[in-house]
Design a protein around this ligand. Structure first.
Ligand code: GLA
Length: 661
């Protein structure tokens, strides 16, 4: 069997813990930590993320003795260790002796040590030093009984424009294009006299007087993601060679633009994510659900690990409200409901010094005898009662397509409007499904679509021929497809597809257009039954070619079109409808697809999601609500029986299994 979350949860149940940085504390505190962890039900901690300077105080020296004691202590307390390769933050000696390992920004400025993340992903010196350390770490702890998981680096996302990076970019381009003529063609270098006559002329898209070539920029995004991935793989391979039975992960950051997580997820054994909902954002619960669903998609439906969340405030927003009592539990259980089998925090004990002094933790500065730590303990305890949820899938009949290269290509400078963005478009289409308790899988454009009753494409500005053909075949075979505006516009090189748009989907959508028309202020639209709604920002001059006009702009022209193609139905939305209208649209397309939410009636603010046999209900609203239930059930969290309906206080969660216990 392949490695995965089950490797960790077998025997442990759901994972609970956090980042542990013992190097910030004297050893007597470690003993107390292990005791407190045990009392809180902690069964996994991430150790060593920022310990390079402690392990290798001078080039080539090793000090593992302290880490031996930490792992022994944790092992004796029955706590598994997610051991990090400490390569996210090299010691000052690396940058001091080898300044070429430091990253350079697009203006040519070197970024220095004194913080973290200061490395160039393409630096041969950094690579060599990092791998030597990883070798020794793997060698030392391969057989340690506490070792449960490898955590490679931390939140990869570095971008660098130094000469080493330019060299690596050229090698990447040679691999992609073979020769310069093909590259010149792909980048459209006849525009603005940009033709390259030898490889040495090519550099990363450094700061230039005006808009940089969008095809070059797109390839640079691809390269940066791949360069980091190459480094990740190199570390992973060292670990795998030594410990083939220990899973490997690296922590993602949700919808993080610089790294194409679809290409990364297949290179690791466990998908893990860091997520920090903004307590001041009323839409945070839905945004969080979207991020969790993305992680489940990246894990191909298998369980994933919430590697970092906060118990209360973070310190990195300009103004940092606390989480009110009960919120840490609500948010953590939301992740369980959406497929997480591990709930971990940054970090175990609040730091006294350093840049994150004011970040919350599982043990706050005020100590263990506090409201916050009591909540941590209670949550750890109740997770044990949810053991049976581990490994369970979250079934979904709706897929939503999201793609990094399309995101990169869409948001280059010099487009009709910078107010149409990939992630806002994604979220605005996701929200009405979340509000209706309809589970959604996030998938890449190349995913097999046949298992889904409904596929939603909020925006795919960049769409390859093969993916467009697969979507067309999906509809012809009986699927329901919804496509948002400004999709199918460019090919993989970011060249505009000529002819009427959206060229590769024109036939299946039964409609085509000639002009995009961004607008100021709202535009009025009308459904065929006469009801009006507002849309904004974007309109298209489009004509039906077989599709029916489901809604039109009151000023004339179709706004929403529906086309029967083969056995299925394709919808096209040529504007950006306001949220209620997107809700109406969601209901219509769900009806076409024959898909319903998990409950017939769902009060506003309540999230409903089924995971395996368990129906999770989470009240994110400010008021108590009653949720009608179709059958009698038992709440796994309280052990109580419920029938007819359940009342949920603000921030309450129910985990219901059918029948009475
Ligand atoms: C990230 C990092 C952690 C820490 C937290 C703070 O997720 O991985 O090291 O900086 O943010 O929120």
């Amino acid at each position: 069997m392949t490695l995965g979350m089950h490797t960790l949860t077998a025997g442990r149940g759901l994972l609970f813990g956090g980042d542990y940085n013992p190097e910030q504390w004297p050893e007597h505190v470690w003993e107390e930590d292990a005791e407190l962890m045990r009392a809180a039900g902690v069964n996994l901690v991430t150790v060593g993320v920022f310990s390079w300077a402690r392990i290798e105080p001078e080039p080539g020296k090793r000090d593992f003795a302290w880490l031996d004691r930490v792992l022994d202590l944790l092992g004796a307390a029955g706590i598994g260790v997610d051991l990090a390769t400490p390569t996210a933050s090299p010691p000052p000696w690396l940058g001091h002796r080898w300044p070429e390992t430091l990253p350079v920004d697009e203006s040519g400025h070197r970024l220095w040590y004194g913080s973290r993340n200061q490395f160039c992903p393409s630096s041969p010196v950094y690579r060599e030093r990092a791998l030597a350390l990883v070798e020794d770490l793997a060698e030392r702890y391969a057989d340690h009984p506490a070792l449960a998981l490898w955590h490679v680096g931390n939140e990869y996302g570095q971008v660098c424009h130094c000469d080493d990076s330019a060299r690596a970019f050229r090698a990447w381009l040679k691999e992609r294009y073979g020769d310069l003529d093909t590259l010149n063609e792909a980048w459209g270098t006849t525009f603005w006299s940009q033709r390259y006559s030898e490889w040495a002329e090519i550099v990363t898209p450094r700061r230039a007087p005006y808009i940089v070539n969008p095809s070059q920029q797109l390839d640079f995004w691809r390269f940066c993601s791949d360069a980091l991935l190459a480094h990740f793989r190199a570390e992973r391979d060292v670990l795998r060679a030594r410990t083939p039975d220990v899973p490997v992960t690296t922590n993602f950051m949700g919808l993080f633009k610089p790294v194409d997580y679809w290409s990364w997820a297949q290179e690791e054994d466990i998908v893990s994510n860091d997520h920090y909902p903004d307590p001041a954002d009323p839409l945070a619960p839905a945004r969080t659900a979207l991020t969790h669903d993305l992680m489940r998609g990246l894990a191909k439906g298998r369980p994933w690990l919430l590697m970092e969340q906060s118990t209360s405030a973070v310190n990195w927003r300009p103004h940092n409200p606390l989480k009110p009592p009960g919120r840490l539990r609500l948010e953590s259980l939301q992740a369980v409901a959406r497929g997480a089998d591990g709930l971990c925090y940054f970090q175990w004990r609040a730091s006294r010094f350093g840049a994150e002094r004011f970040h919350s933790a599982m043990v706050p500065h005020a100590g263990a005898d506090t409201r916050l730590h009591a909540e941590v303990r209670a949550h750890g305890r109740e997770l044990r009662g949810l053991r049976e949820v581990a490994g369970q899938p979250v079934p979904a009949r709706v897929a939503m397509v999201f793609d990094w290269p399309s995101w990169w290509a869409l948001e280059e400078r010099g487009r009709p409007s910078d107010r149409l963005t990939a992630t806002d478009q994604l979220f605005s289409y996701y929200l009405p499904f979340w509000e209706r308790g309809v589970s959604v899988d996030l998938v890449p454009p190349s995913a097999g679509l046949d298992g889904y009753a409904l596929v939603v494409v909020p925006n795919l500005f960049l769409l390859g021929d093969a993916d467009a053909a697969a979507m067309t075949a999906y509809v012809r075979g009986g699927g329901v497809l919804v496509v948002g505006p400004f999709s199918g516009v460019v090919d993989e090189r970011a060249h505009v597809r000529t002819g009427r748009f959206p060229a590769p989907l024109r036939e299946v959508l039964g409609a085509s257009g000639e002009e995009w028309q961004p607008v100021e202020g709202p535009v009025r639209c009308r459904w065929a039954d006469g009801a009006e709604f507002a849309a904004h920002t974007w309109t298209e001059l489009i004509e039906p070619e077989g599709a029916e006009t489901v809604a039109e702009f009151t000023g004339g022209g179709p706004a929403v079109l529906r086309h029967r193609a083969g056995e299925g139905v394709a919808w096209y939305v040529a504007t950006m409808p306001e949220p209620d209208a997107l809700g109406e649209l969601a209901e219509r397309v769900l009806a076409d697809a024959g898909v319903r939410g998990v409950l017939p009636e769902l009060p506003r603010g309540v999230e409903a999601v089924r995971r395996g046999d368990v129906l999770f209900l989470l009240n994110h609203g400010a008021d108590a609500v009653r949720v009608p239930l179709p059958h009698a059930a038992t709440d796994l969290l309280t052990g109580s029986a419920v029938a007819g309906r359940i009342t949920l206080a603000p921030q309450a969660v129910a985990a219901l299994v059918r029948g009475e216990a």
